[in-house]
Design a protein around this ligand. Structure first.
Ligand SMILES: [Zn+2]
Length: 341
């Protein structure tokens, strides 16, 4: 039975590296060996540490968490609408973050393989956020998947750290056989001449870049775009969950196979080191911070009480774990790393 946000009853800043000069839609994204060769940490290690992908099973689905990399996030800027600089610094210290240093913000995507469908959730930053990001394509190649094998892309929303990897090194659509799924609400919001970002804390200078990136991603994918409403399934077992606030059409993704399930929480949290313990704090990048906070708490309450396994765009790699409710806030319980048998 469906209840609010599409759960079944049973289930139930600053970006330091991003500048105004950042490319609106990046030119370096999906490729194969070239992407790996351009990624020094992959050349250096070749082992699991730094390989940047993590596989596991959710029932019959093969799921691969893909790291796009990381960028610095300044807690004072991120939470400025809710907390003073001193409060943000105290929260950062409480989370064992380095004093007066930006925190590490992780960026991820998720590949879901059913045997028939290869569905990629989000595409990472491409080249728009500097050299520590834009690695999702290389990680996909390392995981043994070619861009042409991706059958569908779910864009959880149209922020630049999620659409950047849509573009190939020569400026074309990077995943030639994929349809692109986004909610009609998200498409409509960013199709306006002036999307309303008046409630967000995004610096004025960054807004044109965000709007242009979303708009260009819609233009690039226009012929293959398939709007799907939140609450509906993309394929059997893969359903979009309404999660408004971060953007109006922002969705989480529910994966279900037999008794096994996973909720990909997308951008319900951006700096989990701080936010699980301070879920009420508004995030600068939320289009509607009040709605985003209500959505965050709704999801975290249900995820905690239902003991649901989650993954997410900005959870620390390998971004897999559970949430525990504690005294009006939450705790992140990372899943134990699973070595191959
Ligand atoms: Zn994001």
């Amino acid at each position: 039975m469906l209840v609010q946000n599409g759960f079944t009853r049973r289930d139930m800043f600053r970006f330091g590296a991003m500048t105004a000069a950042a490319t609106l839609l990046p030119t370096r994204a999906f490729s194969d060996d070239a992407a790996v060769a351009a990624t020094p940490d992959l050349q250096r290690t070749g082992d699991l540490q730094g390989a940047g992908f993590y596989r596991y099973k959710v029932g019959d689905f093969d799921v691969t968490l893909l790291s796009d990399g990381f960028f610095p996030m300044d807690p004072a800027g991120l939470f400025a609408q809710s907390a003073s600089a001193d409060q943000a610094a105290a929260a950062a210290k409480d989370a064992f973050l380095q004093e007066n240093q930006p925190a590490t913000g992780h960026v991820n995507g998720l590949l879901i393989q059913s045997g028939r469908d290869n569905i990629l959730i989000d595409t990472g930053c491409g080249s728009g956020f500097g050299p520590t990001t834009g690695k999702l394509a290389a990680r996909l190649a390392l995981a043994g998947i070619t861009p042409g094998e991706i059958t569908a892309i779910i864009l959880t929303h149209l922020h630049p750290d999620h659409v950047g990897g849509l573009v190939s090194p020569i400026g074309e659509f990077a995943l030639p056989n994929a349809k692109v799924i986004v909610t009609p609400t998200e498409k409509a919001f960013w199709s306006q001449p002036a999307p309303d970002l008046s409630k967000s804390g995004v610096p004025d200078g960054m807004r044109p870049m965000m709007i242009a990136a979303a708009s260009q991603s819609l233009q690039l994918t226009a012929e293959r775009l398939q709007p799907i409403e939140a609450g509906r399934s993309v394929v059997a077992g893969v359903k979009l969950l309404d999660a408004p606030g971060h953007t109006p059409g922002h969705v989480a993704v529910h994966l279900e196979s037999g008794p096994h399930e996973l909720v990909y929480i997308s951008d319900l949290l951006h700096l989990p080191q701080v936010q699980f313990s301070r879920p009420d704090w508004h995030v600068a990048f939320d289009a509607d911070p009040v709605q985003a906070t209500a959505t965050r708490k709704l999801f975290l309450d249900r995820i905690a009480s239902n003991r649901t396994l989650i993954a997410g765009s900005h959870l620390p790699f390998p971004a897999l774990g559970h949430v525990r409710a504690r005294g009006g806030a939450y705790e992140w319980v990372p899943a134990t790393w699973q070595w191959p048998a």
